[in-house]
Design a protein around this ligand. Sequence first.
Ligand SMILES: Nc1ncnc2c1ncn2[C@@H]1O[C@H](COP(=O)(O)OP(=O)(O)OP(=O)(O)O)[C@@H](O)[C@H]1O
Ligand SMILES: [Mg+2]
Length: 272
Amino acid sequence: MAKIIVVTSGKGGVGKTTSAAAIATGLALRGNKTVVIDFDVGLRNLDLIMGCERRVVYDLVNVIQGEAGLNQALIRDKRVDNLHILPASQTRDKDALNLEGVEKVLDTLSKDFDYILCDSPAGIERGAQLAMYFADEAIVVTNPEVSSVRDSDRILGLLASKTRRAERGEEAIKEHLLVTRYNPARVDSGDMLNLDDIREILAINLIGLIPESEAVLRASNQGVPVTHDADSDAGQAYTDTVARLIGEEVPLRFHLYEKRSLLSRMFGGGRR
Ligand SMILES: Nc1ncnc2c1ncn2[C@@H]1O[C@H](COP(=O)(O)OP(=O)(O)OP(=O)(O)O)[C@@H](O)[C@H]1O
Ligand SMILES: [Mg+2]
């Protein structure tokens, strides 16, 4: 039986797709058979970030509407053996997904995979609710700004009330906080919320902190999830996050602002 994890946020553009791709890659690199599903019907970003956009023939909507089998739509990642992608459709019909169809797809995948990651669309509407409905765990992606934290709080409300586990009165979805685009210098100068404030407001377990990093842009331009960039801060931060997700204890990195001394500024002591 696979563990179903939704990557969700409320606010748009906070790093859900980046995180879903990076975490799925990390889980697969650790030997877990993993599939990552793009629930963002109409936008279809995951295949670009995973670098498989030219190989998309069938998608989640085709499978749900009976136009293709699951095996026809699943794309095998070209870098990591046990990683698969189920792309979203470019149809403009946001109602193309339905609960029964999604349940069937997840049930079938569940038999074959260890982890199913669901990359949610932004917002608190139907698409986001479908992506989270069957989840066992949720990664709530949050940026260090008030609007993002507020929308994450809304998502926590939905996770606790509008999911299968909530409706059946089962054990609650395990919620994890993933803070992304964290810039310690801007936090230090008061432009952004600091980690402690975010944790205090949302009060859920912190699974990782991803720094604001040029490596993410580079990775998405190349269609290679940033986890593969093992020298980069963001790549290392996602690898740490994956380790915590599978139960390891890893100390937090990249959250402190290192004030540079006058000497190091004068002599340019290289900070990446
Ligand atoms: N750690 C980071 N450092 C720098 N840029 C980042 C980081 N994480 C994400 N980004 C950038 O932020 C933008 C949005 O990222 P992404 O598409 O992953 O967000 P999203 O939450 O999936 O968006 P949407 O709500 O539209 O689905 C992208 O340009 C991405 O490259
Ligand atoms: Mg996205």
